[in-house]
Design a protein around this ligand. Structure first.
Ligand SMILES: Cc1cc2nc3c(=O)[nH]c(=O)nc-3n(C[C@H](O)[C@H](O)[C@H](O)COP(=O)(O)OP(=O)(O)OC[C@H]3O[C@@H](n4cnc5c(N)ncnc54)[C@H](O)[C@@H]3O)c2cc1C
Length: 389
């Protein structure tokens, strides 16, 4: 236990990020018209290409990518600050989110120079949006059993690949230009991690069908994607053939460690507090709010500790799993607590915006502990980190 705990060193945001935070706040003040709380609560599910392009014009999409490709070349601490401010404001970040957080850094790390020159400037200009193709109908948590297959073939006399299979729950595939897909490029399902590769799939290619899926909230933010004999050029392969498993794991540390794993319900919490400030009922809830604030402050420090590891070039997979596990528990507790508080005083009038936001967050909250790896899977990884598996 002590090894894991001492690997979790608390850190502070460098003083230079204070100035950057002020710049982000000023940008939001002049470029983001705050919508109603139920719309702002969608924040990292909110797809708004025009907003992403404004952010890109300010230089803040692909924030950690090299300047020669259009990136801001800032470190992970600055990205933490940017993300924290965008989510706290409820800005719609979904369009550029995945490319900024993980596809861009993945292309930068594992791509060829030609791939970097082709994709990264488009990402930084918010002209290319990416989605993640890991899950499949029969391979969600068990990623090593993906069945989508890329087979070598000739396309117009050149080497290429033929892609067949199906991905599911792909966030915003119906709005994105590219998917980074984890597929089997050699061997058989029983070979598990061996023989998996990552491909950048242009979603406009013949043979790709994207079908949006509507969820409980009525939104269609994810899709099912079918590949039917899709012809891919040789350079659609990213990284080494057969190294997909290692590459995906490196990507998951980016996916699980950010402030989005603690701020999914933050607009709801802020709006509830704003309503309480206007009511005579606030004193009944001070203890609950104090407790939430305590948890949030602790989680935020844990997130910063993980960010520190990313800045140091480490891959803090287990630490990120710890933060995501308790972070999502915290995010899920917020709507439950507000529902209980409203239920305690059923005759008191309730702000309509609070009701709408609560309805949205209550419906979406169960997904917090599914997306990006389920609670049980994360706990398995933590157990492995403790030498129990
Ligand atoms: C909002 C949302 C967005 C998503 N976006 C994307 C995306 O963009 N790209 C993408 O690829 N995927 C995406 N996903 C899919 C997500 O990553 C999967 O839902 C998740 O990995 C679980 O897979 P599954 O749904 O197949 O469930 P399963 O793997 O079938 O799991 C079902 C239940 O069994 C438990 N379980 C499974 N295996 C074990 C085990 N070995 N030990 C103990 N318990 C176990 C799980 O914890 C879970 O409770 C998204 C999901 C959601 C909800």
């Amino acid at each position: 236990m002590s090894n894991l705990l001492s690997a979790f060193r608390l850190a502070t945001l460098p003083a230079e990020t204070n100035k950057f935070r002020d710049e982000v706040k000023a940008f939001l003040k002049s470029n983001f018209e705050p919508a109603s709380p139920d719309i702002r609560a969608r924040s990292w599910m909110g797809f708004d290409a025009a907003f992403s392009q404004k952010l890109a014009a300010r230089g803040w999409v692909g924030v950690t990518l090299p300047a020669r490709f259009g990136g801001a070349e800032l470190d992970a601490f600055s990205r933490f600050v940017l993300v924290e401010e965008l989510l706290a404001a409820g800005a719609p970040v979904a369009a550029h989110w995945i490319a900024d957080r993980q596809s861009g850094p993945l292309v930068n790390k594992f791509g060829t120079d030609a791939q970097r020159h082709f994709y990264l400037p488009k990402i930084c200009a918010a002209e290319a949006f990416f989605c993640i193709g890991m899950s499949e109908p029969n391979a969600g948590s068990d990623l090593a059993s993906v069945g989508t297959r890329a087979t070598r073939c000739q396309i117009d006399g050149s080497n290429g690949w033929r892609l067949n299979g199906r991905k599911i729950w792909t966030t915003n595939a119906h709005h994105c230009h590219y998917m980074i897909a984890l597929v089997r490029s050699s061997g058989e399902p029983q070979d598990r991690q061996k023989g998996l590769s990552q491909f950048i799939v242009d979603l406009s290619l013949p043979g790709v069908t994207v079908r949006p899926i509507r969820d409980l909230t009525g939104d269609a933010h994810f899709s099912e994607v079918f590949f039917d004999d899709v012809r891919l050029a040789d350079d659609a392969l990213i990284g080494n053939e057969g190294s997909g498993w290692e590459q995906v794991n490196a990507e998951l540390a980016f996916e699980r460690s950010g402030p989005e794993r603690i701020y999914s319900s933050i607009v709801l919490l802020e709006h509830w507090m704003a309503c309480l400030r206007q009511s005579a009922d606030a004193s009944a809830h001070v203890a609950s709010i104090g407790r939430l604030a305590t948890h949030l402050a602790t989680l935020r420090n844990m997130c910063i500790a993980v960010t520190h590891k990313l800045v140091n070039g480490e891959s803090p997979i287990v630490e990120a799993a710890l933060v995501k596990d308790i972070g999502t528990e915290f995010e899920q507790s917020i709507p439950s607590l507000i529902e209980a508080a409203i239920g305690l005083n059923p005759d008191a009038p309730v702000d309509a915006g609070l009701y709408r936001t609560l309805a949205y967050v209550s419906h979406i909250a169960p997904t917090y502990s599914l997306r990006g790896g389920t609670r049980e899977i994360l706990r398995g990884m933590i157990a492995r980190g403790l030498g129990l598996r």
